[in-house]
Design a protein around this ligand. Sequence first.
Ligand code: MN
Length: 238
Amino acid sequence: MEYVFAPAPAVAVPIADDVDSASTRECFPVRRVYCVGRNYAAHAREMGHDPDREPPFFFSKPADAVVYVAPGTTGEFPYPSRSSDVHHEMELVVAIGRGGHDIAAEQALEHVYGYAIGLDMTRRDLQAEAKKMGRPWDLAKGFDHSAPLGPIHPVSRVGHIEHGAIWLKVGGIERQRSDVSQLIWSTAETIAYLSTLFALAPGDLIFTGTPEGVAAVERGDLIEGGVDGLGRLSVRVV
Ligand code: MN
C-alpha cells in the first residue's frame, strides 16, 4: 500500500549513554505523551485546590509536541501564539518500555524503561479560561513545542528515581524546588492508575507533575532545570 504523502517521522528521543553526556546511540520511539495534573501538594494548593481529596487525573500532549534537547546544549522554546501568560512546569518523566493494562502498583516499575527530565510548558491564560468554561485543556497544554525533553536514562543505568531534588531556575534565579519523594501519586501508583484508563504500550511517556513555583516566562528567558541523577535541561524562550 502506498501513502498519498510521506507519513510523519516517528518522534524519537535519544537514550543517554551517560548522565551529562551528549553521546547517544539508540533512540526511544515516542508513542503517546500522558501528563498527571496536580501531583505535588504545594503545587495543588498554589493552583487553588485541596491536594488531599483528589484521585489522580490526566491530560495528554501529542507525541510531536516533544522537542529533544541534548545535554550541554540550550534548546529553543518558541513563545506560543494566542497567549500572554506561558508558565514553566519542571517534571520527572517516565518512559514506558513494556505495555499493559490494569497493571498492579507492585509490578508497575517493571514496565519502566527509563526516566527523563522534561518541561510541561503551559498557556496558563488559556488553561484558566478552559477551566472556567468547562472546556478541554488541549490548547493550553498540547501546543507545538510544548514538551522540551532531555534524553532517556535507562533504569539499567540510573535505577528507579523515587527521591532526589527537582528544581528549575529562570535567568539563574530559582523558582521551583522540591523532591521527587513529594509526589502525591508515586510513579508506580501513577502507572497503575493510568493503566486502568488506557492500555499502556512501549514508547509511552508520562509527565508525572510539577512541584510548586510555576510562573510565567518571557521571550529571552533562559530556563534551566533538573532532577538529581538525570542531569539538567536548558531551554531559551525565543
Ligand atoms: Mn504539568
